[in-house]
Design a protein around this ligand. Structure first.
Ligand code: URA
Length: 447
């Protein structure tokens, strides 16, 4: 069938067959179908949507455009005596979302191997790979063999995503990015799930965020995205579940690469009741870890929550993170003596409150953009980031602050950047006469 007819069919709102979808992806990958026709089809999909069968067919066509990671070698008997179910995790991204850095070592410390591929940050959300690269020597660009060796030897590894995983998605995303078709639920779902399925884990936990700092600004869209991805995963033989979680405020206190890693190292150091540990961050890390352990058949949700908390309080998760850093060429003393992660910035600038009131974040994306403008993020993939730059928030939502009280510390290499970023930061906050109702940390569990 000609691409012209496929575009026309979708323009009229008809469902495409699996064969048609596969022909589009194969033709796009080989260069036979030009970008302008794919762009037209993307816009037709944007307006007309895709049903569950079409979305699954698109996902699998993108998986088959590249290689699949085979994780069976890490299940070899001499490494793990019991039945092993490999589990992966994906977050749709947010401001201060450093959960992967904590959850991977927690789950690994509970005996479930994690072979994780992660991405870099772009725009107002950070990327796990950038955060890890704040450690001197840490390598994320690993060969497939090295990646597997590390997981086999120590039970966890976080590497940069291989270019061979779902390569058609990369090209398609680049077109979506310039044709205003990124925010289409079937396209997002197929994009994310194609990479997760190609990455080879038996089970997948999705953290779908909603709120002003998330991709999905409202709960209805987040729910639809979560349901679509869970259905794709389960239909493709991967046990898949999702949590819909709050991103109406930054997660934890730190925003910025080395600062977020420092926050994780403190969280994993076992002092669960310290006031410096964000309750929301701790609770979400425990819930995500517990849900991954349930997928790995380590027990009931309650039992797995206990396992996750023990991995933190015993120091085993921190030890796992340090082992991983060392195995990937990094200096593990940055985890064991984590204050080293906050030594490289040139300036620390205190931001005082302009008024009294109960403080909440009204624009989390604005806070993410503030961190970016301090040097913590990139607007284009080729931009360099300043690993030491970022923000430490000095408040929690609904706390009462007085005029002049320190709201945050900005870390940056140029004082002028801090001055320029202050207005955006303050305009992302709201001061009220009374505390306001806060959303739940976890809205829903979909499986
Ligand atoms: N993340 C992805 O990997 N793909 C999308 O389409 C959107 C977010």
């Amino acid at each position: 069938m000609r691409i012209y007819e496929i575009i026309t069919k979708k323009k009229r709102g008809e469902a495409l067959s699996g064969e048609e979808i596969r022909a589009v992806i194969t033709g796009f990958a080989s260069g036979e179908i030009p970008d302008y026709q794919i762009s037209a089809l993307l816009m037709a999909i944007y307006f007309r949507g895709m049903n569950a069968e079409e979305t699954a067919a698109l996902t699998m066509a993108m998986v088959d455009s590249g290689e699949r990671v085979d994780l069976t070698p890490i299940k070899e008997k001499d490494t793990y005596p019991e039945k092993i179910i490999t589990v992966d995790k994906h977050s749709t991204g947010g401001v201060g979302d450093k959960t992967t850095l904590a959850v991977v070592p927690i789950v690994a410390a509970c005996g479930v191997p994690i072979a994780k591929m992660s991405g870099r940050g772009l725009g107002h959300t950070g990327g796990t790979i950038d955060k890890l690269e704040a450690i001197p020597g840490f390598r994320t660009n690993l060969s497939g063999a090295k990646f597997m060796d590390i997981v086999k030897n120590i039970g966890l590894c976080i590497a940069g995503q291989s270019a061979n995983l779902a390569p058609a998605d990369k090209g398609l995303y680049a077109l979506r990015d310039v044709t205003a078709t990124v925010d289409s639920i079937p396209l997002i779902a197929a994009s994310i799930m194609s990479k997760k399925i190609a990455a080879g884990a038996d089970a997948i936990l999705l953290d779908v965020k909603t709120g002003s700092g998330a991709f999905m600004k409202n709960l209805e869209d987040a729910r639809k995205l979560a349901q679509t991805m869970v259905e794709i995963g389960n239909n493709c033989g991967r046990k898949t579940a999702a949590l819909i979680t709050d991103m109406s405020a930054p997660l934890g206190y730190a925003i910025g690469n080395s600062l977020e890693l420092l926050e994780v190292a403190e969280l994993l150091s076992g002092k669960l009741n310290e006031s410096t540990i964000s309750k929301n961050l701790l609770e979400l890390c425990v819930e995500l870890s517990a849900n991954m352990l349930v997928l790995a058949e380590k027990g009931s949700l309650d039992e797995c929550r206990i396992l996750a908390k023990e991995a933190i309080s015993s120091g085993k998760a921190l030890q796992k993170l340090a082992e991983m850093v060392e195995a990937q060429g990094g200096d593990r003393s940055y985890i064991e003596n984590s204050m080293k992660l906050n030594e490289k910035h040139t300036y620390a600038v205190e931001i005082p409150s302009p008024q009294n009131g109960y403080i909440t974040v009204s624009d989390t994306e604005g806070i993410g953009l503030t961190a970016m403008s301090l040097g913590a993020g990139r607007t284009r993939p080729e931009d360099k980031i300043d690993h030491s730059a970022g923000i430490i928030l000095n408040f929690t939502s609904n706390s009462y602050v007085e005029k002049g009280q320190t709201l945050a510390y900005f870390y940056t290499s140029a004082r002028l950047l801090a001055v320029q970023a202050t207005e955006q930061f303050l305009s992302s906050l709201t001061f009220s006469n009374n505390p306001v109702e806060l959303p739940p940390l976890i809205y829903e569990h979909i499986f």
